[in-house]
Design a protein. Sequence first.
Length: 475
Amino acid sequence: MRSGADYLAGIRADGRTILLDGEPVEDVTTHPGFAGPIRVVASLYDEARGDPGLAFEADGGAHDAMWLVPHTADDLERRRRVHRHWAEGSFGLMGRTPDHVAAVLSGFAGRRDVFDRGGTRYGDNVAEFHRQARDNDWFVTYAVTPPQVDRSRPAHAQPEPFLYPGIVDERDDGVVIRGAQMIATSAVISDYLLLSYIAPLQPGDEDHAISVVMPINAEGLRLYPRRPYATIATSSFDYPLSSKFDESDSLVVLRDVFVPWEHVFVHRDIQLVNAQFVETGAHVLANYQALVRFLVKLEFASGLAIELADAHGLSAIPPVQAQLGGDVAAHCAAVEALVLAAQARPEMRGGMLIPGPSFVHAGITLQRRWVVGLMRALRELGGAGFIAMPSADSFDAPETAADVKRYYRAVAMSARDRVGLLKLMWDLVGTEFAGRQLQYEMFFSAAQHVADLNVFRAFDWETGRRHARRALDRS
């Protein structure tokens, strides 16, 4: 299993091309915009390495359980624990930690037969890359959504060729990819990129019907990250979340990137690109990771809410208890129930055991709705207290320290602790980092109607139909 030092060494000044605000980033591990989340990831690699409960044995060695292809109930329990480990390290705020795409690749490897339809060489490629990623404990992310240039047209009919990524040339030793893809969350701090499409491709899109992997430092691969929130964080006290947990999102530009055949999973096959996530169960495994992560985020939010209520002497007041119960606790308990139900009621798919799809998809579609209400509830709880919070410097400056400590205190909390709690909450609900968090939760999986369709397709309608027909037969 990988250490934090190994991870840092792997991504430090490795020749990757990252252009932030038009300027190259020489070393992501020391750049102030990326160093915070990189330290988080490195520490979590170290912690996982020291916990045998987060590992599994295979091929004579211990491996991180995020690479475990599940076949038994114990395997699913181990996967749930490893997802909690990675989520707790960021309080559920980093969605594309290494275990997310590891879940996708484990789903691919568990159903290599799907990729064999294009030729056994591609199934071999999937299995071998999963083995290499497992043995090296790589951080793999993905880019599976094309630029929003003209959504009324398929990939091959965009205003110019290869705006969407596709094969522009083939060689004896591989393919050449040109185009761009978004939104590659965590690509800046990853080792490898999985490039494909999550939305269905259309007839005529054969050049774009690909699923490939490439190292982040591949020649011709360029990352254009948005401006990191850490660069505008004045201190970790004033921006306690922005300064540490911004995993970054990038546009991936592929300027004729060469991909060797051994890194090609799908080659000019529209049906396989459309099938790879759904038929393999990879989509369910990845969304299960997302659901576990969201549960940790809800637990974090519930802790902030009750701490603030305690500080202001409100937690014993029935109307406040009702607000916290209905707007926070109920959602937290419901998501936990869905996480546990998905594990307890799994589905066997092609020899691989995956969490119950109906529970996973229900959780994903509900979290998109519930997160909006949760943010509103936290804003209401903080009220006007969010509006005029003093900076960290105010507590030390001779001219302001006495007044700040006197007037910002709470009945059960010092001024510094109360302001620190309010800043934690504001960084979750009100800053630019918070805005991105909300947008991420609402759209990380798919548009709402797509998420709802997944619930429809996974749900057991027959049980209800039998009830309805029994009732009709008796009428």
